[in-house]
Design a protein around this ligand. Structure first.
Ligand code: ARG
Ligand code: ZN
Length: 879
């Protein structure tokens, strides 16, 4: 394990390398435990760089076995090699020279899953962010770009497939039992985009004809026998390629595009040039084993990685502080893709739910950081929801500010001006400024100031004048105590009694473009004239800005929005805003042992939307989902008692269930789908609404019978997993639940990805028994502590998604997590650090739980050996 080196990296220290890398030529002689890597690197000294400056190459746990300068041995006096650095002195002034570095690495022993490692007998790499330095000594930073030639030599029988980036040059068996394959990637790229895959894999093949009529071969590699389950991913890939041409004018640029699905992977997937490597969870799907959510995730992630070919690969990042330049932008692109493939408002609702439940807590806690940070200790800890999802929201706001044409003009300029560059966020913003003649300097604060802005709203209506006063504050975050006002684009509508939208005669008080108000001051008053009757204000429609609103709207006004807004997102938001005060009151009632009550107007509005056949089923299901327990916790802000939140929310659900019993009963019939399963969004929406109705009915009837029947009759994984969840979560002690869990485990015994659902469903059964259940499951033969998907499904799901079980009043949940983190860390620091972030909101717990949580964090902090990853997270959480 690489333990903490304590080095802090500052953006302000950025400077280009002294040596320019011209070409990379790598030869791998594969061996499971002793792979030989020869790296031939051509460099020249950058103009003006001091003659005494040495060439410094990064390493990580490396041992140098050979070093040549222009094919001659380098005398020991001329270099120093440690596991982390190779320093070579006395190099030529200007002329290019060749350095050949030889290292031997052990893929089998690589449990970090960074660099070259083995997964189910397959060789595979993950190099982003700094994994390439675990393969060979190299200037391992994103602003060093070069074309790569790769030769792979390996045992022929074990490695019928040998892949790398770019186009295939050639290959064959070259002697007894050995084979080789050579690849050339002409597009200069940084080392983090390098990939190598070798082994015995099955493949499906297809082709795509680009807009300039070039034919591209498409291949998806999976483990043998899983080929049929890759066809949806292939379909999603072709749709992504077409969409990027039509929407962004971006064409693919190699003869071949390949995807490999592997079963041990730290993240979702990786956009290596021409050779994407995926967690198999985001490739494999068929109706019997994948849920609608799985299909949607596959579509989104296939698109995301493909879109990186332009936003990430052709234009990459100058340094890792610019990570949002590729990630925020590419998430925005994949969101737009999914919105076009599915229902735009429903997609937006799902995005905002995710943003609020994941990014808002990060931004409000000890791990808060700007979208474009200025300092880090471990870059792996900055692949965060702030960089990704808030980064996407910032891109979306640029599109809102500039309009579709202005945004397109800026993107076109970005591709034209920076193709082939390692760029910065400033470069990106400048393109939108230049293409639109607009100053975005205040807007850029979204990249630099952490924390979710809070906008307080007050309104008045008199004669024909509507007055709107907005005040913004940005909360203090670690390292940033004072903040400047942001430029916040707020989409709005003034909705009249009859549901139509008012057209004001005039607006004063600030810039208004179309239906967007520009809030730029700390406090600003907009006055609208020519409004014939008191309107209802719908604000931040479509969630045009990632902010919190403090706006005391009456129940009547919210019901009016929920009925009439032409923006479906806002109708959902209004229903959520109606629900929240009820859930909060229910929390305190539950805590005080009082009976929980609920506002009838809220229930009526929710059931009205539920029964409204003009609304798409997926929307109605989203409304019925209600704010989650973590949404309620966030709204409460501090002194949280997860048991009270859970009990109060369950009581409100029961009241809705009782009131809506007939509606739910008829939905179980109306939403039934006849015929074969299809994963399209409309069918998925019907299943979601039907399963939601079944959930409410189970509450109203308080018997597992209906869920057991649904489990028995399910002909697809969506319905099956929903029924199992319902049984296990609502009736955990029933024989029906136990039988269903057993049946499920037996039926899918040979499919680890489905067994992950079985782990997750059990790990998230509410209540304090969960801990014992999780501990028992860790002993289950199907569990595997070194597979990241298994660990996330059991330990991760427990810590992230079981508020009552994890936050047991006695603190045992935290103690368990500390033990697990310390066990995972030596093997896989990235995974350990990621799961530890589940405790990021510990300070907002009530004091007894917070004390236990602190003890657990301190236990981790005190451990004698910690990875940089875990040390960085634990120290920031305790600061
Ligand atoms: N770039 C990948 C993506 O598309 C994520 C890679 C993250 N890797 C890591 N070591 N943190 O999102
Ligand atoms: Zn990405």
């Amino acid at each position: 394990m690489r333990t903490d080196t304590g080095q802090i990296v500052n953006l302000a220290d950025y400077r280009p390398t002294d040596f320019v890398l011209e070409r990379v030529d790598l030869t791998f002689e594969l061996d499971p435990t002793n792979t030989k890597v020869d790296a031939r690197l051509i460099f020249h000294r950058r103009e003006g760089v001091d003659l005494k400056a040495p060439l410094v190459l990064d390493g990580d746990e490396l041992k140098l076995s050979g070093l040549l300068f222009d094919q001659r041995e380098v005398p020991a006096s001329q270099y120093d090699a440690t596991p982390e650095l190779l320093t070579i002195r006395d190099l030529p002034a200007e002329a290019p020279f060749e350095i050949t570095v030889t290292t031997y690495i052990n893929p089998e022993a690589n449990t970090q899953l960074m660099g070259l490692y083995r997964t189910n007998g397959i060789y595979c790499t993950q190099c982003e962010a700094e994994g390439f330095r675990r393969i060979t000594y190299f200037p391992d930073r994103p602003d060093v770009l070069a074309p790569y030639t790769i030769t792979i030599i390996g045992d022929k029988a074990a490695n019928p497939v040998m892949l790398s980036n770019g186009n295939f040059l050639g290959g064959a068996g070259y002697d007894e039992g050995r084979a080789f394959a050579a690849w050339f990637d002409p597009h200069p790229k940084p080392s983090y985009l390098f990939a190598l895959v070798a082994g015995d894999l099955g493949v499906i093949e297809d082709k795509f004809v680009t807009m300039s009529e070039r034919e591209v071969t498409l291949k998806i590699y999976v483990e043998h026998g899983k080929e049929d389950r890759a066809s949806y991913a292939m379909d999603a890939l072709k749709r992504s390629m077409k969409w990027d041409e039509e929407r962004f004018g971006r064409e693919y640029d190699l003869d071949i595009f390949q995807i490999v699905a592997v079963s041990d992977f730290n993240m979702g997937a990786m956009e290596n040039k021409g050779l994407n490597v995926f967690n198999d969870k985001y490739v494999l799907a068929d109706p019997a084993t994948a849920t609608d959510q799985d299909y949607a995730n596959i579509e989104a992630i296939i698109a995301h990685e493909y879109f990186h070919n332009w936003t990430g690969n052709r234009i990459t990042c100058r340094d890792w502080f610019q990570l949002c330049l590729k990630e925020g932008l590419t998430v925005y692109r994949d969101h737009e893709f999914s919105a076009d493939m599915r229902s735009r408002p429903v997609k937006r609702i799902a995005e905002v739910r995710h943003l609020k439940s994941e990014q808002f807590p990060e931004d409000a806690g000890p791990l808060a950081h700007p979208v474009r940070p200025t300092v880090y200790r471990e870059i792996n800890n900055f692949y965060t929801t702030t960089v990704y999802e808030k980064g996407s929201e910032v891109t979306r706001m640029i599109a809102t500010l500039l309009g579709a044409d202005g945004f397109k003009a800026g993107m076109d300029l970005y591709f034209e001006r920076h193709d082939g560059d390692a760029a910065t966020v400033e470069n990106f913003v400048k393109c939108f400024e230049d293409a639109n003649g607009r100053d975005l300097s205040q807007f850029s604060r979204w990249y630099h100031q952490a924390g979710t802005p809070l906008v307080s709203v007050s309104t008045a209506y008199e004669a024909d004048k509507f007055t709107l006063t907005l005040e913004q504050t940005v909360p203090a975050t670690p390292g940033q105590t004072t903040k400047e006002p942001m430029h916040i684009p707020l989409s709005f509508a003034l909705i009249l009694d009859n549901g139509s939208i008012a057209e004001p005669a005039s607006v004063s008080g600030g810039e208004v473009t179309g239906d967007v108000l520009h809030l730029t001051e700390r406090s600003q008053t907009f006055v609208f004239t020519g409004i014939s009757s008191r309107p209802v204000l719908s604000l931040n429609r479509s969630f045009s800005a990632p902010i919190n609103l403090s706006f005391d709207q009456t129940t009547e006004d919210l019901v009016h929005i929920a009925r009439h807004d032409s923006d479906l997102f806002s109708r959902w938001q209004a229903l959520t805003d109606l629900a929240l005060p009820n859930l909060i009151k229910a929390t305190s009632d539950a805590r005080d042992g009082k009976p929980v009550t609920c506002d009838q107007a809220f229930i009526a509005a929710l059931l009205e939307a539920t029964a409204d056949t003009k609304l798409e089923p997926a929307f109605r299901a989203q409304a019925l989902a209600l704010p989650s327990e973590s949404d309620i916790a966030r709204e409460l802000g501090c002194n949280n008692n997860p048991d009270a939140i859970h009990d109060g929310r369950q009581a409100v659900l029961a009241l809705i269930a009782e009131a809506g019993r007939d509606t739910f009963l008829s939905l179980t019939e109306e939403m039934r789908i006849e015929g074969a399963f299809t994963p399209d969004a409309a069918s998925a929406g019907k299943r979601a609404l039907r399963n939601s109705a079944l959930g409410y009915l189970a509450l109203a009837e308080n018997t597992p019978a209906r869920a057991a029947e649904a489990f028995a009759k399910a002909d697809n994984m969506t319905d099956l997993a929903q029924a199992l969840t319902l049984l296990a979560h609502r009736f955990p002690d029933s024989t029906e639940a136990k039988d269903a869990l057993d049946t499920f485990a037996k039926r899918f015994a040979d499919n680890p990805l489905v067994i992950d659902k079985w782990f997750l469903i059990q790990a998230t059964i509410p209540g304090e028994d969960a801990l014992a259940r999780v501990k028992a499951l860790m002993e289950n033969e199907r569990f595997n502590a070194s597979n990241p998907n298994r660990v996330r499904s059991l330990v991760g799901a427990f810590a992230f998604s079981n508020a009552t079980g994890f936050n047991r009043a006695d603190g045992e949940g935290y103690g368990f997590l500390a033990t697990q983190i310390l066990a995972i860390d030596p093997k896989n620091p990235q995974l350990a650090a990621r799961i530890l972030t589940s405790m990021r909101s510990w300070r907002s717990l009530e004091s007894a739980r917070a004390d236990h949580a602190r003890d657990a964090l301190m236990e981790i902090e005190r451990a004698p050996q910690l990875s940089t990853d875990v040390r960085d997270i634990v120290e920031r959480m305790l600061k």
